[in-house]
Design a protein around this ligand. Structure first.
Ligand SMILES: *[C@@H]1O[C@H](CO)[C@@H](O)[C@H](O)[C@H]1NC(C)=O
Ligand SMILES: *[C@@H]1O[C@H](CO)[C@@H](O)[C@H](O)[C@H]1NC(C)=O
Ligand SMILES: *[C@@H]1O[C@H](CO)[C@@H](O)[C@H](O)[C@H]1NC(C)=O
Ligand SMILES: *[C@@H]1O[C@H](CO)[C@@H](O)[C@H](O)[C@H]1NC(C)=O
Ligand SMILES: *[C@@H]1O[C@H](CO)[C@@H](O)[C@H](O)[C@H]1NC(C)=O
Ligand SMILES: *[C@@H]1O[C@H](CO)[C@@H](O)[C@H](O)[C@H]1NC(C)=O
Length: 543
């Protein structure tokens, strides 16, 4: 315990050197006066600057004007380091545009960072803005072309769909780089991206279609193969039926009965009984044992319900064609009512109502295979984000890190393996050739982007509080921070072989570390040595 503490401290000191070794501002640069004059000095076509304001470290910003569905948790965001906050609007057409912000830190490392979005949302992710700027990046975020979490703004406005598909991030990056240069008086050195879910898709989109935008990209749990994902998510309603149907299982039966049975069959495949299925690809679950005997009983399900369970864990086909991988066993522990709660998945409903059919009265309960096929055919603005040729990004020495929680209850983690394999087959790369610029990490026991029973904290996000920040959830150590890992890969050529994940006690950093595990890169498996203490990283290796 003590030695682990000291090794963190030591890594932390190294990381500080790493961080500040690249500070870029010119002699005579005055941060405070730059912040007071930038608003009047900026002249960017199609852009209107609303505000440029110095925000001292420790301030909690509130967002009274932002859409209620976009409010950060707790309605405010702590800013850990001094920043100049700039807010603006940039038109993307005569009927669309992005609200964007740049958070420019006093202690600038010379690096630029774009954050992403989530779901269908038009919400700037302020926690990510605070995180990036606290790590010394000139950080930008945009509202994805609309406000709020609903898909309704897409109705009758394809320009807003276009912003959502790719244009918000791309515009944000072009303008953000210009703002950064005007502010500091010198251009950024390297450009990075950090996002998860829809944010993961946005990262892959940039790699595929805007290879000049970033030198390093971290794309988590990417909502890639978007049209098939929308169909797969909607199709669960066709499997479960509504709560009144004999095929339906209430959520607690998934999280208790089914989950316990899955652990019984699969937890020990990795040699450790810890509630974490290290590699769920290896779990072929059969729910037969859960079916009630002839004498009935309570801790059991009907044969019809067992069929539902089987189908939920099966790959998804549209008209006989494989369209999306299966739901992964293990995910049912933190399963989402959104997918298997007995109604059409909200995002799928909004996507079909407001984009595919452009009809707010369309009855989403009627969606089925022909609609899934139509969406794939339309593929609005190439939102599928499924291009296997990313040679332009590779050729300019870009580095891509993807990660995916193996207990992700919203996007099957196999999707990230599929994309990894699509790139190698399209570009005809051997595993070691692909390793040179693109690595995938499977994070066991992690849910959708965060949370779960595993060692899921890999520096992908900031826990909001000052208490958490000082307790160590803000680390610059590339071994434990996926964003700093891509920085080290880009700037020093040192690629991450593993990501060291941390599980804090009750997920509260100030309560201390419960255990850590090194997550291996695909296709290697994180493998227990069979005898050591399974909570210690050295008891596992990559096989
Ligand atoms: C979106 O929200 C921002 C504030 O976050 C506001 O300035 C802007 O006017 C809103 N846009 C629309 C179209 O409502
Ligand atoms: C400004 O926006 C218009 C669309 O309204 C677009 O055609 C034009 O290219 C934009 N200008 C720049 C410099 O981005
Ligand atoms: C907006 O721009 C489109 C072309 O991008 C054009 O067809 C349309 O007439 C313009 N509308 C207005 C009101 O200027
Ligand atoms: C979609 O991508 C294809 C192939 O890269 C391209 O030819 C087409 O113009 C794109 N469509 C849109 C709407 O961007
Ligand atoms: C794929 O790469 C291998 C070895 O690098 C080469 O022999 C083969 O011809 C390539 N195939 C194609 C289709 O490019
Ligand atoms: C610290 O982070 C955890 C995990 O995200 C969160 O549950 C907790 O509320 C945070 N602590 C405070 C004081 O905000």
């Amino acid at each position: 315990m003590v030695s682990r503490y000291f090794s963190y401290l030591f890594c932390g000191l190294l990381a500080l050197v790493f961080r500040f070794s690249t500070a870029q501002t010119l002699p005579g640069f005055d941060f405070d006066s730059a912040c007071s004059s930038i608003a009047s000095e900026l002249s960017i076509p199609n852009a209107t600057v609303f505000l440029a304001q110095l925000v001292p470290a420790g301030t909690s910003i509130t967002f009274p004007d932002s859409d209620p569905t976009c409010q950060p948790s707790g309605s405010s965001q702590l800013v850990p380091e001094d920043i100049c906050r700039i807010t603006m609007f940039v038109a993307t057409s005569n009927r669309s545009g992005i609200n964007m912000e740049a958070w420019l830190p006093r202690d600038w490392t010379g690096r630029f960072l774009s954050t992403g979005n989530g779901g269908l949302a038009g919400c700037i992710q302020y926690a990510d803005m605070a995180y990036g700027s606290a790590l010394g990046f000139a950080t930008v975020g945009a509202n994805n072309g609309h406000n709020g979490t609903s898909g309704r703004p897409f109705l009758n406005n394809a320009d807003i769909v276009e912003d959502f598909a790719f244009r918000s991030i791309h515009t944000n990056v072009l303008v953000g780089k210009e703002v950064t240069q005007s502010f500091y008086g010198t251009p950024h050195t390297k450009s990075y991206y950090l996002g998860c879910s829809t944010g993961g898709r946005q990262g892959l989109k940039s790699v595929q279609d805007f290879p000049e935008d970033f030198d390093g990209v971290v794309a988590g749990a990417a909502a890639a193969d978007w049209n098939h994902l929308m169909a797969w998510s909607g199709n669960f309603f066709l499997i479960t039926g509504p709560p009144s149907a004999p095929t339906f299982l209430p959520i607690n039966e998934w999280t208790n009965l089914v989950h316990a049975d899955i652990l019984k069959q699969c937890d020990l495949i990795d040699g450790v009984q810890d509630g974490i299925i290290e590699v769920p690809d290896d779990c072929n679950y059969d729910p037969t044992d859960l079916i009630c005997g002839s004498d009935g009983g309570t801790d059991c399900i009907t044969a019809e319900q067992a069929e539902t369970v089987r189908e939920v864990f099966m790959p998804f086909f549209i008209n006989g064609q494989l369209a999306f991988p299966r739901y992964q066993p293990g995910a049912e522990s933190i399963t989402s009512v959104l997918l298997i709660g007995g109604q059409m998945f909200t995002f799928t409903a909004d996507w079909f109502r407001f984009v595919i059919f452009n009809d707010p009265n369309f009855d989403v309960n009627q969606l089925g295979p022909s609609d899934w096929a139509l969406a794939q055919e339309l593929d609005p603005f190439n939102i599928s984000t499924w291009k296997g040729d990313i040679s332009a990004f590779k050729n300019r020495n870009g580095k891509l890190i993807t990660y995916h929680g193996q207990a992700d209850p919203l996007i099957s983690p196999i999707n990230s393996e599929r994309y990894f394999n699509l790139v190698s087959s399209t570009m005809n790369l051997s595993t070691s050739q692909q390793d040179d610029f693109y690595r995938l990490f499977r994070i066991s026991g992690m849910g959708h982007c965060a949370g779960g029973a595993g060692a899921w904290e890999i520096g992908q996000t900031l826990d909001g509080s000052a208490e958490n920040v000082s307790a160590g959830s803000l680390t610059l150590d590339p071994d434990r921070n996926v964003l700093m890992a891509v920085v080290q890969w880009v700037e020093e050529g040192v690629a991450p072989d593993t990501l060291l994940g941390t599980k804090f006690v009750n997920d509260v950093p100030s309560s201390g570390v419960q255990f850590s595990r090194r997550h291996c890169r695909f296709p290697l498996k994180t493998t227990f040595d069979g005898s050591g203490d399974s909570t210690v990283p050295d008891s596992w290796s990559c096989q």
